[in-house]
Design a protein around this ligand. Structure first.
Ligand code: CTP
Ligand code: MG
Length: 335
């Protein structure tokens, strides 16, 4: 490991940017897909507002944070003030409202960790999950989208990393690996750490956007168009960054002591967060602080077995990026 930590990136790395960018381009959702998502949201709004005129629907997750690849499902949040009704009752009622001729497979999943209504729109083929009052997710969606608008390399890197994680079977929280949301935060953190930095720390700057949601103050600088091209002094190519990302998680991150924190633009110590030992099911084997719910470790799903799988996958990917003659094929080989 010590030897590898000092390893220099292969000389021909920048030449690999062309095939990596081709993969990125092939994953971008076409305009017509975005249009269909808007259509579906419009239909849902119409049905919901008949019953609840004060309710609002928000898109969140990959369909709204700019990290959505083609053919993704959409995530919708219903914001509603029904004080006398618990979430599963609202879910049941919502499922009833949405039973319409134009929607299929409307199901209320009231016993899931996050209760949702699932449905499919036959006109567009798009599936959709609707949750209730999860406004923190709407705000963290905006944060991710604002980061994506600062430097195009973030979106490119995140698409490639998500594609890699799905191909290698390490994007499955119910099997102890990481969510897409966690991978995007890892990409943002990584680009905040480059020297010169490619991304700033928006929560560390004077806030131009500020809301309080579920007693959490969410404040950050969101006028990113005013940053000019923040990362312009860093000329690293996308292939170099893919290599660097895997190298970082394979050989540089201090799993025993560090928490990655997009909120502070840095790492913080596990001891400061009291994340040094297992509490209940939270093992804190890889620590990724949620930018707003700072007591949330997005790595909490990872267990003794899956941390090994993850770290071996990071090492495999780093080695492929370093030595393989054709990394763009080998990297995404199904596991
Ligand atoms: N989310 C969250 N906390 C988590 C997981 C998810 O707040 N622990 C929210 C985030 O707003 C995230 C959204 O739920 O953007 C969807 O999460 P996820 O499915 O992991 O990401 P997507 O971006 O939708 O990725 P995919 O394309 O794989 O669906
Ligand atoms: Mg999603």
């Amino acid at each position: 490991r010590t030897f590898k930590r000092q390893m220099m990136c292969r000389r021909d790395i920048d030449g690999l940017s062309v095939p990596f960018l081709a993969i990125y381009e092939s994953l971008i959702p076409p305009e017509e897909e975005k249009l269909k998502q808007k259509q579906l949201l419009g239909l849902l709004e119409k049905l919901v507002c008949k019953e609840w005129p004060m309710a609002r629907l928000y898109l969140y997750g990959s369909c709204a944070n700019s990290f959505g690849v083609s053919k993704s499902d959409i995530d919708v949040c219903l914001a509603i003030q029904e004080v006398d009704m618990d979430k599963s009752k609202i879910i049941m009622k919502l499922a009833g409202i949405l039973q319409s001729d134009s929607l299929q497979n409307v199901q209320a999943l009231t016993r899931a960790r996050v209760p949702i209504v699932k449905l499919m729109d036959p006109a567009t083929g798009i599936s959709c999950d609707i949750c209730i009052n999860n406004l923190l997710a709407v705000v963290n969606t905006k944060l991710l989208r604002d980061y994506a608008n600062i430097d195009s390399r973030l979106r490119q890197l995140a698409f490639i990393i998500k594609h890699w994680a799905k191909s290698r079977g390490v994007n499955e929280t119910y099997h102890g690996t990481l969510s897409s949301y966690a991978y995007v935060l890892m990409c943002i953190h990584f680009l905040q750490q480059r020297r010169p930095a490619i991304l700033p720390c928006l929560q560390g700057m004077d806030a131009t956007y500020s809301v309080t949601v579920d007693n959490v103050d969410c404040a950050f600088f969101d006028q990113v168009e005013k940053l000019g091209h923040f990362g312009r002094h860093n000329k690293e190519s996308i292939a170099h960054l893919v290599w660097g990302f895997f190298f970082y998680w394979a050989y540089c991150h201090d799993y025993a002591n560090s928490v990655i924190s997009v909120r502070t633009g840095s790492t913080i110590s596990k001891r400061d967060k009291d994340w040094t030992r297992r509490v209940g099911n939270d093992r804190h084997l890889i620590c990724i602080e949620d930018p707003f719910e700072i007591s949330h470790d997005l790595g909490r799903v990872v267990d003794k077995r899956s941390i090994k799988v993850l770290r071996e996958e990071f090492e495999r990917a780093a080695d492929i990026m370093q030595y393989d003659p054709n990394p763009c094929v080998k990297l995404f080989e199904p596991y």
